[in-house]
Ligand binder design. Structure first.
Ligand SMILES: *Cc1c(COP(=O)(O)O)cnc(C)c1O
Length: 554
């Protein structure tokens, strides 16, 4: 606690020192990042002058969880322990599960009248009837995996898990597109680890070299840009920016930047963070044209918010050969503490082609690198290299996400798939979407701002232009005073210190000056009304400080 307070104090001092010089402020915020600025404001909010309860709409951690898959996990664990006790049961010790007859024992153990058992029965039926998995093999893999008494084998992904996750991705992110090739999956410790592993493997495998240009769809979730393999490998970033005027879609001339063959990779979050908008079909088509001109382009898309936009289609579904897909269960299912996400890519993909075309010197280097784990390094697919690199190659044999975590991913995916197999809408996804939508509508209404109800708007976050809001509600005089007297961080600090409200600094994500990111994931609808009320209360106080009569306010 003391350390946090100390850190907050130091940050405040640093920020105060920077106020005098906007350039210095920008430099500073680049170094400390939007998340650290928010941490300092969280401290200010805790002891806010008004004595209000803190309303923290900074982070994107949702305040809902998926209960069904968790109940199923507990039930399945219990069943699996019973299976192990069949071979040995002495005190706290049990044996290892046996495959013979496991399907029949599962059927006998499950009670169709119990909702959790009924879910597990449907889930297993779906795996057998729809995904074509073998019942006994699948149950044995599930039982061993949830018990966690074997190293993950295959280390990249358990084979039934891969089939289940494939079906989930197909159903939630492809928007009906049937991909010609097979998708390989590598479950990881969340989307965060997925990104770290991919950038490490791209640079280690010399697909991205110092001095190479990588294009980044901005504004964007900044921590990704602070990964050493992005920051320190001398990659040069090119902004492919979107604006509020274009409804946060990427304009043609921005996509055109990707046609330049010196741009080696394009990295995007879709739907975006902080703007929370998905790319339109039109932009996907435009992107495909750019790839025709720059066929070596490696696209990396983080689709963690994909299920929150209506009729969403991933760039991976539009351009499977060129795209590496990252997905995380963190947000939709409220599993940020579990650390579960994945990397998915086609068996035939641009990375493997580029590996085969590397200069002989690079190939020789990589042959030596991977020779310790494979007899035929040249034939090692990029995705397997990502897995090996995640354990610095040498410990490849102990790589892979923990098997109980893979089982939990199965159950989350199956909680969705049982509905799509019946041709029904998934009520959980509907509810998650309706939840953020109700909060968004309440907030925008209370702020007097127009709602954007387009399909592309995932409404998980919203970017609010505080300058535009001040001008519309109070007039140009207060806006001028605000811009002259307060930096944007001053404003956010005042909001925290005086009113107990924490929002995130938009420019920290390369969003325009004057914007703040408000998360719609972690507070209840009425809290968003209260955020708007407190924000106006602060602006009223500013009017007083500026000597602007409130009745003059618009
Ligand atoms: C929240 C978030 C994630 C999820 O990350 P995890 O490591 O899976 O928790 C991924 N990408 C973006 C852009 C996010 O905002």
């Amino acid at each position: 606690m003391k350390r946090i307070l100390c850190l907050a104090l130091i940050l405040c001092l640093l920020l105060t020192a920077a106020f005098a010089d906007p350039e210095a402020e920008r430099q500073l915020e680049k170094e400390i990042g939007a998340f650290e600025i928010t941490a300092a404001q969280r401290e200010l909010a805790r002891t806010n002058a008004a004595g209000y309860p803190v309303l923290d709409a900074g982070r994107g951690n949702p305040n809902w969880i998926n209960a069904q898959a968790r109940s199923a996990y507990a039930r399945l664990m219990n069943y699996a322990i019973g299976e192990c006790e069949l071979t040995l049961h002495e005190g706290g010790m049990a044996g290892q599960a046996k495959k013979a007859g496991i399907g029949e024992r599962f059927d006998a153990a499950m009670d169709p009248e119990d909702p959790t058992d009924a879910f597990l029965i449907s889930a297993v039926e779906l795996c057998v009837n729809t995904l074509g998995l073998n019942k006994d093999s699948m149950l044995k893999e599930l039982v061993d995996a949830i018990i966690g008494d074997y190293y993950p084998t295959p280390s990249r992904c358990l084979s039934n898990t891969e089939a289940i996750l494939n079906a989930f991705l197909q159903d939630t992110l492809y928007n009906g597109a049937d991909l010609a090739g097979r998708t390989g999956v590598f479950p990881t410790e969340g989307g965060s680890a997925a990104m770290v592993y991919i950038f490490e493997a791209l640079s280690h495998n010399r697909l991205l070299k110092p001095g190479d240009q990588i294009a980044i769809a901005t504004p964007i979730f900044t921590p990704y840009m602070q990964i050493p393999s992005v920051k320190d490998y001398g990659l040069v970033s090119v902004d492919v920016s979107s604006t509020a005027e274009d409804n946060w879609d990427i304009a043609e001339e921005q996509i055109a930047k990707l046609e330049d063959p010196s741009v080696k990779a394009f990295f995007l979050v879709n739907p975006s963070n902080p703007a929370s908008h998905a790319l339109s079909q039109n932009t996907l088509a435009r992107l495909a044209q750019a790839v025709e001109k720059n066929p070596d382009l490696i696209i990396l898309t983080d689709d963690v918010y994909g299920t929150f936009a209506e009729d969403f289609q991933s760039v991976y579904a539009a351009l499977p050969y060129n795209t590496i897909l990252v997905y995380s269960f963190s947000k939709l299912y409220g599993v940020t503490g579990w650390r579960i996400g994945m990397i998915a890519m086609q068996d035939e993909n641009v990375c493997d082609r580029l590996l085969s075309q590397l200069p002989e010197e690079d190939k020789n280097y990589l042959r030596e690198e991977y020779a310790i784990v494979t007899a035929d390094p040249d034939a090692m697919p990029f995705l397997d290299r990502v897995v090996a690199d995640s354990r610095s190659i040498g410990l490849y044999h102990t790589s892979g996400l923990s098997t109980p975590s893979q089982v939990f991913m199965d159950l989350l995916a199956l909680s969705h798939l049982i509905y799509s197999a019946r041709g029904e809408e998934d009520p959980y996804i509907r509810l998650a979407n309706d939840t953020v939508r109700a909060r968004y509508a309440a907030l925008m209404d209370a702020l007097g701002l127009e709602q954007d109800q387009s399909e592309a708007n995932a409404q998980y976050y919203t970017l609010v232009d505080v300058y535009a809001l001040v001008e519309a509600e109070y007039g140009g005089e207060l806006l001028q005073w605000l811009q002259a007297e307060k930096t944007e961080i001053d404003f956010l600090s005042d909001l925290a210190a005086r009113k107990g409200v924490v929002l995130m600094y938009g420019p920290g994500f390369s969003a325009p000056a004057g914007t703040v990111r408000i998360s719609l994931a972690n507070l209840n609808t009425e809290d968003y009304l209260e955020i708007a009320r407190r924000l106006f209360e602060l602006l009223d106080e500013y009017c007083e400080e500026a000597g602007i009569a409130l009745e003059n306010a618009a």
